[in-house]
Write a protein that binds this ligand. Structure first.
Ligand code: BEZ
Ligand code: FE
Length: 305
């Protein structure tokens, strides 16, 4: 018996395998590694994969289609296109993994999917900067505080934000664009306060010109995500928070293609007529404001943020 309670045959019966004995044989062959976690994961994977094939009575044509699909998922991947993340997201696997790894005390800001549009080395900008970097759109003034669960301000927290523009595209999706737009790394002030200017992002379809798009179409599913702004917040001794803030009343909140919406992350993106903005400057078009406080969970002992 191994650590998962699976009975091992210890090298016997490795010939003449059939649909009843193959699972046990593979599990046994995989069981000599000294990496116990890998062995447990592979045992479970093989067990469930084989059960799946038995349950649906997978035909050879369907299995070939599956392999062709996964091949296409790999082939379309590039430094700016991560089809495997899209696959995980649209199958709900990302939300499942996040949910089971980020259980927090009530009152902490909830986490949601990371998505494929985060980039390393986004520009470090000063609080108050307009992070849209020249993209056209409705001005938006975003601010709030970063606090712990006991109400303590978290000074100098690092706040990374990224967003689509008002056509629903991220900078990395725009061919020939060499600059960063709609993304920044900011540092909260010594009271945990943050603020910046940007433009209001719109709802957008996830990239659906590849195999994941074909899968959604075959399943009669749309590829749209509700309008949102991404945040990743890190501070020493607190659990890293990866989340979004969604627009209250926006389309697709009840049918997000990647299952990422949580009620606690829907906020009022407040519309204002032309007039003085929060910086005291005159805006000659309507603009929006968002005030949102993030409550971080304490770091679990022995885990780095
Ligand atoms: C995003 O919000 O950027 C995103 C998340 C999952 C899949 C595609 C995009
Ligand atoms: Fe997004």
């Amino acid at each position: 018996m191994n650590s998962m309670g699976i009975f091992l045959l210890k090298g016997k019966f490795m010939k003449n395998l059939d649909e009843r004995t193959i699972t046990q044989a593979v599990i046994e062959r995989n069981s000599t590694s000294s990496n116990e976690r890998l062995v447990d994961i592979m045992h479970s994977l093989v067990k469930h994969l084989h059960s799946f094939a038995r349950e649906v009575h997978l035909t050879e044509e369907e299995w070939e289609m599956g392999i062709k699909f996964l091949t296409e998922v790999g082939q379309i991947c590039s430094p700016t296109r991560q089809e495997f993340i899209l696959l995980s997201d649209t199958l709900g696997l990302s939300t499942l993994v996040i949910a089971q790894n980020h259980k927090k005390p009530l009152g902490c800001t909830e986490a949601t999917v990371f998505g494929p549009f985060h980039v390393q080395n986004a520009p470090q900008l000063e609080l108050g900067t307009n992070i849209s970097e020249g993209v056209k759109g409705t001005p938006w003034f975003v601010s709030g505080n970063i606090r712990g669960i006991d109400g303590e301000p978290i000074p100098n927290a690092e706040i990374e934000v990224w967003q689509a523009d008002d056509d629903g595209y991220y900078d990395v999706q725009k061919e020939n664009l060499q600059a960063y737009q709609g993304r920044a790394v900011l540092k909260a002030d010594n009271q945990g306060h943050y603020y910046f200017q940007t433009i209001v992002p719109e709802a957008y379809p996830i990239p659906h010109d590849g195999p994941v798009g074909k899968m959604l179409e075959a399943l009669n599913r749309h590829p749209w995500r509700p309008a949102h702004l991404h945040f990743m917040i890190t501070a020493p001794n607190y659990e890293r928070l990866v989340t979004h803030i969604f627009k209250e009343g926006g389309e697709y909140l009840d049918s997000d293609a990647v299952f990422g919406v949580r009620s606690s992350l829907i906020a009022n993106w407040l519309r204002h007529e032309e007039g003085l903005d929060p910086n005291g400057n005159f805006q000659d078009t309507p603009f929006y404001t968002l005030n949102f406080d993030f409550i971080l969970n304490k770091q679990k002992i022995g885990v780095e943020s």
